[in-house]
Ligand binder design. Structure first.
Ligand SMILES: *Cc1c(COP(=O)(O)O)cnc(C)c1O
Length: 435
């Protein structure tokens, strides 16, 4: 068996069939700046930032050095009974960047786990306050919070997780936010939020959303007044407010935190993806003193979660180096330039017959199609433009590294425009789903 045959027969890829009907994969050999270099030497601009995490480019020397250094000192130690300098420094640095009241930190090994942790914090908080009946979450249709069973249960109920209804607890959902950012606000847009809270507020431990940008399920940008209304409702009904900034945080939509636009204070925030600049997996759940103190005063007074690789020192060192790069500044301006480049490069695409909508916010460009072209068509676009794209559902989109230059953005727009100008395939192909 060749290595690729072995891969096809034996190794699962995300949301993909295994064996004969497995979709083709490309053999990545190296990462270099904006590029993924394939084993045969061809280069593809990573217009997806490898699922939105490679913010500073691949193989960024500052981050690679930090990983090397830490690997030679203390690659891992259990976080139960020990602490270490990278965790302490990272917690201080993260708290310094986050909204000032979110200074209690739980390090998780992936984004999904940080969301699970946020939900458990909310339930422990409510229980400590004498409200064990408040053990459900209110989430938004069109949302995505990860693939573990709690995360599936609070992601879009009609989305990609319907197969697993049987193992998912029922939570509550408000309608997908429909008003775009920047437009005029209408109060009735939040009617469904108010209705769900009025119906179920007594059971709701926390409201959770991806602020301003619903990514993996809907590629939807929405008005920040939804967040203000959420805060108001949470206060009225004694629920916590959780912002999942895993996709939208670290300047992806412009400001450092997507919720920064709203001037709203969450009680808990999750971060991941770009935290280490996409060099190694790490996420964190940040909570306010109000949440932490209530849990500490409850019974048990311990917060009940603890993954094996919690606060892995190599991951923490990578994250510190990544935060150093963010702290040097300029990312807001870079993202504004990428946004301008998208607007120029995608002008006219919205009038193509297979295009339903074009939406751009910060370093995110979404071309919503009426139907996805065939897989060979999409692969042809990727290979001929040398731009890696990963369209899913009806969305062709780009979320490139935040250090992308104008030339790269223009090439990415060329590839998106090419996909948009193709005909929709008659039926969706089997064997490959989602993102
Ligand atoms: C990707 C993502 C997650 C899950 O993170 P993993 O690291 O894949 O577990 C959770 N929430 C949002 C908003 C995400 O985009």
């Amino acid at each position: 068996m060749t290595p690729l045959d072995y891969d096809r027969a034996r190794i699962w890829h995300p949301y993909a069939a295994l064996g004969e009907s497995a979709p083709p994969v490309r053999l990545a050999a190296r990462g270099e700046g904006l590029d993924i270099v394939l084993a045969d030497g061809r280069r593809l601009i990573d217009a997806v930032s490898s699922w939105w995490c490679v913010a500073h480019g691949h193989c960024r020397p500052e981050i690679v050095d930090a990983i090397r250094r830490q690997a030679g000192i203390l690659p891992h130690v259990m976080f139960g009974g020990f602490t270490h300098f990278p965790a302490i420094e990272l917690a201080e640095r993260l708290a310094g960047m986050a909204p000032p009241w979110l200074d209690r930190v739980f390090f998780a090994d992936s984004g999904s786990i940080s969301v699970e942790v946020a939900a458990k914090m909310a339930v422990q908080y409510q229980t400590a306050l004498g409200h064990p009946e408040k053990n459900k979450l209110l989430a938004l249709k069109g949302g995505y919070h990860g693939d573990t069973s709690l995360c599936m249960a609070i992601s879009d109920p009609d989305g990609m997780h319907t197969l697993f209804r049987g193992i998912m607890t029922r939570h509550y959902f408000a309608d997908k936010p429909a008003l775009p950012p920047g437009g005029e606000w209408r109060d009735e847009a939040a009617e469904s939020l108010r209705r769900e809270m009025a119906l179920h507020g007594g059971e709701i431990a926390a409201v959770i959303c991806e602020p301003v940008f619903q990514a993996a399920n809907a590629m939807n940008f929405y008005h920040c007044n939804y967040l203000r209304e959420m805060r108001r409702l949470c206060d009225e009904y004694g629920a916590l407010l959780v912002f999942d900034e895993i996709a939208a945080g670290f300047h992806r939509t412009g400001p450092l935190w997507a919720h920064g636009r709203a001037g709203v204070e969450p009680d808990i925030m999750t971060v991941g993806k770009a935290l280490t600049g996409g060099h190694v997996s790490l996420a964190a759940t940040l909570a306010s003193a109000k949440v932490a103190d209530a849990i500490s005063a409850g019974s048990p007074n311990a917060f009940m979660h603890g993954p094996t690789y919690m606060a892995n020192p190599i991951a923490c060192a990578a994250a510190i180096a990544s935060l150093d790069l963010f702290a040097k500044g300029g990312y807001g301006e870079r993202v504004a330039e990428i946004e301008d480049g998208f607007r120029r490069g995608l002008a006219g695409v919205e009038s193509l017959p297979n295009v339903a909508d074009v939406r751009i916010l910060g370093a995110v460009a979404v071309v919503e199609l009426r139907g996805m072209p065939s897989r060979p068509d999409v692969d042809g676009v990727i290979d001929s433009h040398g731009v890696w794209l990963r369209p899913f559902g009806k969305f062709a989109y780009a979320m490139p590294p935040l250090v992308s230059d104008a030339k790269a953005v223009s090439r990415i727009c060329g590839a998106l425009g090419d996909i948009a100008s193709r005909e929709a395939a008659p039926v969706q192909e089997a064997g490959d789903f989602h993102e």
